[in-house]
Design a protein around this ligand. Structure first.
Ligand code: UT7
Length: 325
């Protein structure tokens, strides 16, 4: 059975970071409040002139290097971002140029906010499974601090910048069951009726401005635990996998309490959960590939491990993916 095998991953974080104490100098907050309510201790922030495409390119180059490939080996780029360099063209085409793909294949952006990486992974997987392409770069990259209202303490302490990338390659080596290497299943959902729970109050066709993030934190929290748990169960049932089979949960990193509650609800022991929210904050579409790269680089995730990824974000959008690394 044709599967999308995850060959490698790579990540990039800007040099500059802000601690909770740095933020306490900007808004009425404390290290104690942020740590207790979110688990976040610091978040990175893109440097002057550093764009989403720059961070995406750095992550993509690292992933390509780890796979022993060049840009010219890639057929398509699927780039999840909420913070494109420009309204158009897609940030993905800048990355296509930066990594030396020339006019080979195609590249486009995917907008599903914090669920963006799962959406991009699912899209790439389906292009590969259909036989349309053989190799893809799936990237999550965000310059999210650009969307923050630095006077709003309920949102500005939560988010950060960064990028992560994964190289996918078609393989027919599997038996067509859950022991196969590669992406076993993906599940996407959205509920537009809840778009006002988390949104940006600007855009070309509404205000002609970029806007700032606005969030009903409590409602988003509630929806996050419920919806991500549902998507996880859906993914496990679709592939005949039980919580005991899962080696690693690599969740979207929005809030430590959401991650813990989701893992507990699904009986996944805390040692199996990759948590990076303390160091990265919420990097939206970049958070899952950043967490994945962290755990691959430090040797926790090994070849053959079963990885469960899940996310929820503005839209509302949510989804899950199950893959054998
Ligand atoms: O990536 C996907 C989307 N994002 C998420 O999944 C985030 C989901 N939501 C959350 O993570 C949490 O709801 C937050 C971390 C945003 C907020 O935590 P909470 O426990 O739901 O706090 P709250 O909104 O109920 O606020 C509690 C209190 C309020 O004060 P009062 O009304 O009780 O006097 C807030 O004004 O905490 C206050 N507060 C703060 N205090 C210090 C809110 N933000 C801050 C802050 N520092 N930064």
């Amino acid at each position: 059975m044709r599967r999308s095998v995850m060959l490698s991953c790579g990540s990039y974080l800007p040099e500059k970071f802000l601690t909770n104490n740095d933020l306490a100098k900007l808004v009425d907050t404390t290290d104690e409040w942020i740590t207790q309510r979110t688990g976040i201790r610091k978040r990175h922030m893109a440097g002057e002139g550093e764009k989403t495409s720059d961070m995406a390119t750095r992550a993509a180059e690292k992933a390509l290097k780890a796979a022993g490939l060049n840009g010219s080996d890639i057929d398509a780029i699927f780039l999840a971002t909420t913070t494109p360099d420009q309204t158009f063209p897609a940030t993905a085409v800048t990355v296509q140029d930066n990594i030396g793909m020339g006019d080979r294949g195609f590249a486009f952006d995917i907008q599903a906010v914090c669920s963006g990486f799962i959406y991009a992974l699912s899209t790439a997987d389906n292009f590969i499974k259909s036989g349309q392409i053989n190799r893809a770069l799936v990237i999550g990259a965000e310059h999210f601090t650009r969307l923050l209202d630095w006077d709003d303490r309920t949102t500005c302490v939560l988010f950060g910048d960064g990028a992560g990338a994964v190289v996918l390659e078609a393989s027919d080596a599997g038996k067509g069951d859950k022991t196969d290497r590669g992406i076993l299943t993906t599940h996407l959902h959205s509920e537009g009726a809840k778009r006002d729970l988390l949104y940006v109050d600007g855009g070309p066709s509404s205000t002609r401005s970029v806007g700032h993030v606005r969030m009903n934190g409590k409602e988003v929290f509630r929806n996050a635990v419920t919806r991500m748990s549902e998507a996880i169960v859906e993914a496990m049932e679709a592939s005949g996998v039980s919580p005991a089979d899962v080696n690693w949960l690599v969740p979207h990193q929005a809030n430590r309490r959401i991650i813990d509650a989701t893992a507990e609800k699904l009986n996944l022991s805390p040692e199996k959960v990759v948590v990076t929210v303390q160091d990265h904050g919420n990097t939206s579409a970049a958070s899952i590939p950043l967490a994945l790269a962290t755990a691959v680089e430090d040797g926790r995730i090994r070849r053959g491990d079963l990885i469960l990824m899940e996310a929820m974000g503005g839209g509302l959008t949510w989804g899950a993916a199950l893959a054998r690394w």
